[in-house]
Design a protein around this ligand. Structure first.
Ligand SMILES: [Fe+2]
Length: 293
């Protein structure tokens, strides 16, 4: 399927939030000043009341559908029944973006509650590209692929993550969701320069940015003794804000979502995080204008 449409949401000048079920009634009641809302569709498949509230919100906010259960990297294929259920939800919400992870999370009909790493090989590239085509055919729209958070490198990989992402974009024309916090923590865990990673990321393919919090854990195997774990259980850390500014300078003012999934704070705190992202965007914009002037 040829993907030619411009999928960047024009209405997302302002940062959005990951909308989780405990916040949804408050968001419906208060209509907070955020630019857009990103949901995990799997949370709404068996939740008619939640879906009703979300459909109401979709009249006032651009919605992004961020899948967590498609498992685009599964060697044994993807679940077409699940895809068709998601398609019905996508049709109902008419989101500005549909996205998911470069990972695998299901095998032999068993769903694992995790996003697991893929070896970066030509074989994986073929599998992911084929599944991407399948997903896009079922949804009838582009599917944006997110860079993973990394903890290990697989001995069977023959490419770096960046080489794999470039090859995926070249082979399929897909767009990418750059999770800036994932780049920061993967850089820390894997020992690479996160700023350079952003510099070498396929910039023309970027359609969205993510920011989220991580949790440091003691780990003797990591230089410095600390592993950063992508828990989405904290505010965005200072180094990730610096990297976000760098990403905006490199990619332009991309639509951004702040994610928080565990130890969910009061909605006001999440909205503050989105406002901080807006502040960074504004600063980068002013710097750009100052230098242009
Ligand atoms: Fe993310």
């Amino acid at each position: 399927m040829a993907i030619t449409s411009d999928i960047a949401p024009s209405t997302a000048e302002r940062t959005g939030i990951g909308l989780r079920l405990p916040h949804i009634a408050e968001v419906v009641a208060t209509r907070p000043p955020v630019g857009w809302l990103e949901i995990h569709p799997e949370n709404f498949l068996a939740n008619p009341h939640g879906l009703e509230l979300l459909t109401d919100l979709a009249r006032d906010y651009p919605i992004s559908v961020h899948t967590v259960g498609i498992s685009i990297g599964s060697a044994d294929g993807i679940d077409r029944v699940h895809l068709r259920r998601l398609r019905a939800l996508v049709d109902r919400l008419n989101p500005v973006l549909v996205s998911g992870h470069l990972a695998w999370s299901a095998t032999g009909g068993t769903y694992l509650n995790d996003l697991l790493p893929l070896p970066y090989t030509t074989e994986t590239l073929r599998v992911v590209a084929a599944h991407l085509g399948e997903v896009q055919d079922v949804f009838g729209r582009p599917y944006v692929v997110e860079n993973p958070s990394s903890y290990v490198s697989l001995a069977t990989s023959t490419m770096t993550e960046l080489e794999f992402l470039h090859a995926l974009v070249n082979d399929t024309g897909c767009r990418l969701l750059c999770d800036v916090s994932n780049v920061h923590l993967s850089g820390h865990n894997m020992g690479y320069d996160a700023y350079r990673f952003i510099d070498e990321f396929p910039a023309a393919a970027v359609a969205e940015l993510h920011l989220g919090g991580f949790t440091p854990e003691d780990d003797e195997a990591i230089p410095g003794g600390t592993l950063l774990v992508d828990t989405h259980a904290h505010a965005v850390a200072d180094p990730a804000w610096g990297l976000y500014a760098h990403a905006l300078r490199r990619f332009g003012p991309q639509p951004t979502i702040v994610e928080w999934d565990n130890d969910l704070p009061a909605l006001a705190i999440l909205i503050d995080e989105a406002a901080k992202a807006d502040h960074v965007r504004q600063t980068v914009r002013e710097d750009r204008h100052a230098h242009a002037g």
